[in-house]
Design a protein around this ligand. Structure first.
Ligand code: ADP
Ligand code: NI
Length: 218
């Protein structure tokens, strides 16, 4: 009975989340959520994590995103209210809320996830930020913000300064600020394995990018 209940809850979550993320074109569309869910389930199988917790948390992980809500707290409240409405059991609700409240990147400054399921979902979200898909999302996000692709006259040090044209940081800078750091932040061994290949692809991509541009690496 419990299993059947959860599959119904997962279906409801899909419907809810599709509607929340409808029309979001800056990297948080439904297909990001779907990929994170699938990757989370793959990692969960290898690492023996609880599949229901991972799948539900993956589906709901960006509903509370600050970009889609007045504040992070308001976003988290929206998720909790939804889970309560579905009569999800308290234990499951607590576990899912704990994951989505704590998994964001935040410059790599958040404390490590304490549960295996949290580690799995965080890894799945981070994997979607690297590799070919991560590259696509970066340019989509940057374009949506009206930022340029690259500026060969700015060094990484220039761009790293917090206030330096902060509205104008380039898409390429995002690789150095975040994407290339994600591989070593993976929590689980299987995600680390998946990250290796995606990371190598980004390095290759950057080399080719600079080659075509005719400039040195920054
Ligand atoms: P998530 O938590 O789902 O990874 P984020 O809100 O951190 O989502 O980012 C959404 C996507 O946009 C990610 O692929 C991320 O790498 C990219 N992104 C975030 N900030 C920037 C930025 N300043 N420039 C370019 N891409 C960005
Ligand atoms: Ni995400």
């Amino acid at each position: 009975m419990k299993v059947a209940d959860h599959s119904w809850l997962i279906q409801q979550a899909e419907r809810f989340v599709k509607q929340v993320h409808a029309g979001e074109a800056s990297g948080h569309d439904w297909w990001h959520i779907d990929r994170v869910r699938n990757t989370a389930l793959d990692i969960a199988a290898k690492e023996n994590a609880d599949r229901t917790v991972c799948e539900l948390a993956a589906l709901l992980h960006d509903v509370a995103d600050e970009k889609l809500n007045a504040s992070k707290e308001a976003g988290l409240e929206k998720v909790r209210a939804w889970l309560t409405e579905q009569a999800a059991d308290e234990d499951l609700t607590g576990k899912v809320m704990d994951i989505i409240a704590n998994m964001s990147y935040n410059g790599g400054k958040n404390p490590p996830m304490t549960t295996l399921e949290g580690q799995v979902v965080q890894d799945a979200d981070r994997l979607d930020a690297i590799g070919a898909i991560g590259i696509a999302r970066t340019f989509a996000y940057s374009g949506a913000k009206g930022r340029i692709i690259h500026d060969p006259e700015l060094s990484l040090d220039d761009l790293a300064q917090e206030d330096y044209r902060s509205a104008g940081k380039t898409a390429i800078y995002h690789f150095y600020e975040k994407l290339l750091k994600l591989k070593s932040l993976m929590n689980t061994p299987y995600a680390r394995e998946l990250a290796e290949q995606r990371h190598a692809f980004m390095e290759q991509y950057l080399q080719q990018f600079y080659r075509e541009w005719g400039s040195r690496n920054p």
